[in-house]
Design a protein around this ligand. Sequence first.
Ligand code: C2E
Ligand code: CA
Ligand code: CA
Length: 461
Amino acid sequence: MKDSNLLIQGRNHTFEGHYDSSNQFLYLDTLTGLPNRESFLALLESKEQEAKNHLILSIGLSHTEVINALRGPVVFDSVITEAKNRIMNSLPPEVITARIGTNQFCVVAAYDHFIDAAAIVKVAKEIQEKLDNLFFVDGEEYYIASYIGASIRNYHEYHEQPPLTELVHLSDLAVIARKNEIYRNVYLYDSSIKRSQETLHKLELALRSDVEDQKLLVMYQPIVNLSNQVISLESLVRWHYGGEWIPPKDFIPIIEKLDLIKEMTLHVVKQAAKDWKMWKEKIPTLSYISINISPHLFRHDEGTIILQPLMELLNQYGLSPKEICLEITKNVFIESSTHAFLKKCHDLGFILAIDDFGTGYSSIGYLIKYPFDLLKMDQEFINRMEVDEKLRTIALSIVKLAQKLNIRVIAEGVETIKQLHILKEMGVHAVQGYYFSKPQLLDKWDSGTFDERRNSFFKLH
Ligand code: C2E
Ligand code: CA
Ligand code: CA
């Protein structure tokens, strides 16, 4: 290897480059002739001492992956080359442009004047408008969208400044976080972005290790059958982190993103299977335990990924699928693997519930198409029921329709005796909610309060 002076294409910036064994420059993007990330960072280091104000823009292109997948690398390369030309033509010649990722460019511009948001928008808008125009390759039209992250360093003799290389990272972060939008798809880094990204990063690490170490807890909430008082339980996962209980709506999406939903669900099933015997001692007439099943689990392979280990666990703990209800949220039913999954569950003997029915994309069609035993009427429905007559009418029609289809209705989120009376009157099969009990840990179960509530309601009916 020998050192050499490297001339960056079309511009007059020079910096050290290296030849590799086949006499190729290392660190140079072969398609565009621009510096790649490494050489760009090296170049920035050489500018570190300049007494100037610096603006860094990280420009991400979307849709180019689709172009690559559909039309192949030759078309993709043409689009990228054209994007490079458009970016460079939007900027004065002294601005340095680099290709720092497959579909990502970065520019650094130095100014004598103070850089404010308006100055950033002026440059970013120019680039964005050029990229917004259609691309033509071999007579076909293509459109790409651009996202621009910005970070700035206004020079100050006496203040400590982040290195310019760090600024590249910060402008990347601004695009990733998509916060602090100063213009359409132009995001300016501020320190809160880093803090929130760091928090998320820490949270993800902690969650991953707690799922893997099976540290999540399971709480149970009773479901009370209104005709015979028989109790079932819904298992609800809980995560204790940093001295707080993090609600499932905040951490389950992260678990899904980390691809740990299978591990989490099996942990919940295992815990429920272990707790089953103890619950039976506390509540001898216990009917079943519900498990929430995320759609991610049956999206691709008809749910084999979860059903196989689930059956093994139930065998191991001597439970029958008849004692387990699988609660499925309804807003994903369009996918073809759902049908096969639900049929398999039904054939295996699981009780099947459609969860959160009554809001969002609920469709009566699902009730006919899929083999559900139970319909869980969404709590939003229940809490507005007392004051909204129309809602009551809709709820009543759902109950009647379900009855005709041989599907039993469970009302969720029942908090008041008044709601309970309305629901009983309608012919709802069972209720669940704070009125009877909040979700509880097995060893914190307060049967006294629960029995009192239950007895006082059933004495009246
Ligand atoms: P969900 O399946 O609809 O569960 C019912 C939620 O309503 C629970 O919230 C429960 O604590 C809450 N709730 C029950 N009664 C009342 C009431 O009277 N008033 C009010 N305001 N709320 C009530 P939670 O435990 O925060 O769970 C939220 C969601 O997280 C669940 O909604 C479910 O979709 C999901 N989830 C919980 N555990 C699991 C799990 O193990 N696996 C999966 N995939 N999702 C889970
Ligand atoms: Ca549920
Ligand atoms: Ca629900």
